[in-house]
Write a protein that binds this ligand. Structure first.
Ligand code: AMP
Length: 295
């Protein structure tokens, strides 16, 4: 396994692999790897010749009051995990090289980037799309894997690939969860034991809401028990909870009530129930999708 610490090393390897007619697969991460990340590597391993993982805590997607400095890091452990998954190259560039002082060009996402997580994290998805587009350019990957855990991010990346006609196939990996249903996240290490226990309610609330949707309940009703269950946990402070149309990400119902987009919504199709909450200083997000059949 090669560790690529400069962009020139990355460009050289990508050129050699592509010139040999071989396919590159990329798993972009911010490191502190867990089973969610490893599951994405396992998805791509059989589908490419050269499997890359990028480990880069991207300053451009953190707000000034966010946890960039305390984001967990353990490069040695991450490299060992990548090696064990049969990764061929780890791209670990330095922030100073990625963002030289005169760096001044960004990928500007559309209105969906201002909803849900984007409402409380202005500029977050602009930072995400901009680094993802550049990771694609450096690695020249044919495929890239992203987790359904970050549903809005996945949606916006798929839209960017379509709108900018980037020659990359996006592969979606399912959410990997703890036995009690909590979605794995690098930030879970910050949860106190009481917060960790309370966080188990999130997936149960989402599962209840998606079940109600699939039974035919109107979106507002489908959210009722989920809202109650989360609000009953004093350790959790809900930031948003919405049912959205997966095709457009427009809200069908939710809290707070200002996440709507002016589009006509189909009565059937795929829905996503999305939430974010705070447990102490830790921000948690999760989601589940539901298919609503025609009636
Ligand atoms: P991160 O390191 O948090 O930026 O995540 C890197 C990639 O791993 C993203 O595509 C995430 O959606 C994905 N990911 C993170 N947590 C999970 C999880 N619990 N299950 C599946 N994918 C995940």
């Amino acid at each position: 396994m090669e560790v690529l610490r400069s962009l020139d090393e990355a460009r050289r390897r990508a050129g050699a692999v592509k010139d040999a007619g071989r396919r590159i697969g990329l798993v972009p991460t911010m490191g502190y790897l867990h089973e969610g990340h490893l599951s994405l590597m396992r998805l791509l391993r059989p589908r490419c010749h050269d499997l890359w993982v990028s480990i880069f805590v991207n300053p451009a997607q953190f707000g000034p009051a966010e946890d960039l400095d305390r984001y967990p890091r353990d490069l040695e452990r991450d490299l060992a995990l990548c090696e064990a998954e049969g990764v061929d190259a780890v791209l670990h560039p330095q922030p100073a090289e990625v963002y030289p002082p005169d760096h001044d060009t960004w990928v500007e996402p559309g209105r969906v980037a201002g909803l849900y997580c984007g409402a409380s994290r202005p500029g977050h998805f602009r930072g995400v799309l901009s680094i993802v587009q550049r990771l694609f350019a450096w690695s020249r990957c044919n495929l890239a894997a992203f987790g359904a855990k970050d549903a809005q991010q996945l949606w916006l990346i798929q839209r960017m690939v379509r709108d900018l006609e980037l020659p990359v196939e996006i592969v979606e990996g399912p959410v990997v969860r703890e036995p009690d249903g909590l979605a794995l996240s690098s930030r879970n290490v910050f949860l106190s034991p009481a917060e960790r226990t309370a966080a188990g309610v999130l997936n149960r609330a989402l599962a209840r809401a998606t079940q109600r949707l699939e039974e035919g309940a109107p979106p507002r009703e489908a959210l009722e028990t989920a809202l109650e269950a989360i609000r009953a946990q004093p350790q959790l402070e809900l930031e948003y909870l919405h049912v959205a149309d997966w095709a457009t990400l427009a809200s069908l119902a939710g809290w707070p009530a200002d996440a709507s987009l002016p589009v006509a919504l189909p009565a059937e199709g795929e829905r996503v129930v999305l939430l974010a909450c705070r447990a102490g200083r830790t921000r948690l997000i999760d989601n589940r999708r539901a298919v609503v059949a025609p009636r």
